[in-house]
Write a protein that binds this ligand. Structure first.
Ligand code: FE2
Ligand code: FE2
Length: 330
């Protein structure tokens, strides 16, 4: 056990493989013309921006045993609650460690799912520009899996996929509609992930963590842009019945992600009551504002795609994130 891990109760879980069936067309097109200028620019950027996790990042850097990601305490879900007030230094250290180990583990699972989704898009997208963008994304996501797996290893606290994340990833990967895979991964999951990465880059006090997350964030911004460009076009031509299914998918996906962000799995391994802590997190204004802010990119993107229908608006209103719809997409 390294010095970092000594500060946290290790989480033991049986690694369990999940196997889903992914319906995908293997399209062999005879059209080799790169027709899409906006996507071609993103493809060129992706080629020029490749980097090596093993060589370009300083892995000898030691993480702070008290706070591995170097994040300020108000980013913790139980910050400001009675429980937080009662915890001594050791207890607070353990909460930071578990919260960060959980978050990194979920990101790692999401990155693995992104490799799978990008490979599906590379196999089946109609235009060559979109397919080659997806092919570069497969490599980007492989790099992210490598990076987060190494980081989780450093923390020695790792968690399985949350039940909520697992259900969203299953729906995203197993959908027979290619745009749903694109929507679930590039817009919902990556929209949430990008906001988390932005916060880490903005608030972490650790230069190694900042550098690593900033590099990954740049890759993710390209994926997010490709998803937005492709889907805006698909949805502009879609029938009302098909659009209703997408609307439903967004409502369910956003609600599931909002639940996922409560991190219910971290309390029991620390000897705390899952029920009490989960309830506390759902009632805490600090936690609501943290979870809410993570939707700041996702909501304007949905608006831009023309999918901010009354049904979607009402879900966003329930989650208290609808005001982000008026924000510009940066
Ligand atoms: Fe990624
Ligand atoms: Fe990505």
């Amino acid at each position: 056990m390294n010095e970092i891990a000594e500060h946290a109760t290790p989480v033991a879980f049986e690694p369990q493989d999940v196997r889903w069936t992914m319906p995908v067309d293997a399209l062999m097109s005879d059209d080799y013309e790169m027709r899409d200028e906006a996507l071609n620019r993103l493809y060129e950027k992706a080629k020029a921006a490749q980097w090596d996790v093993a060589k370009d990042v300083d892995w000898s850097s030691e993480l702070d045993p008290d706070n591995p990601l170097g994040m300020p305490d108000p980013t913790l879900l139980i910050y400001g609650t009675d429980l937080w007030g009662k915890l001594d230094d050791k207890g607070r250290r353990e909460v930071r460690h578990h919260a960060q180990g959980w978050l990194l583990s979920q990101i790692l699972h999401g990155e693995q799912a992104a490799v799978i989704c990008a490979s599906k898009l590379a196999s089946a997208e109609e235009g060559l520009s979109a397919r080659l963008c997806a092919a570069t994304q497969v490599m980007d996501e492989a790099r992210h899996v490598e990076a987060y797996a190494r980081l989780v290893e450093k923390l020695e606290v790792r968690y399985p996929m949350s039940r909520s994340l697992r259900s969203l990833l299953e729906d995203t990967i197993t959908s027979s509609a290619l745009d749903m895979t694109n929507l679930g991964m590039q817009v919902l999951v990556e929209g949430i992930a990008l906001s988390i990465f932005q916060s880490v880059v903005a608030y972490s006090s650790d230069p190694f963590i900042k550098d690593l997350f900033a590099r990954i964030q740049r890759d993710e911004s390209r994926h997010f842009a490709v998803g937005r460009i492709t889907l805006c076009r698909v949805y502009a031509d879609m029938s009302a019945r098909e659009l209703r299914e997408r609307e439903q998918f967004i409502c369910e996906g956003a609600s599931v992600l909002y639940e996922h962000l409560c991190a219910d799995d971290i309390w029991e391994p620390m000897g705390l009551s899952r029920r009490d802590c989960s309830e506390m997190v759902r009632q805490s204004p600090v936690s609501s504002s943290i979870r809410r802010s993570i939707f700041r990119r996702l909501v304007p993107t949905i608006r831009e795609m023309g999918l901010l229908t009354p049904t979607v608006q009402s879900t966003f209103e329930k989650l208290n994130v609808l005001d982000y719809a008026a924000m510009p997409l940066n």
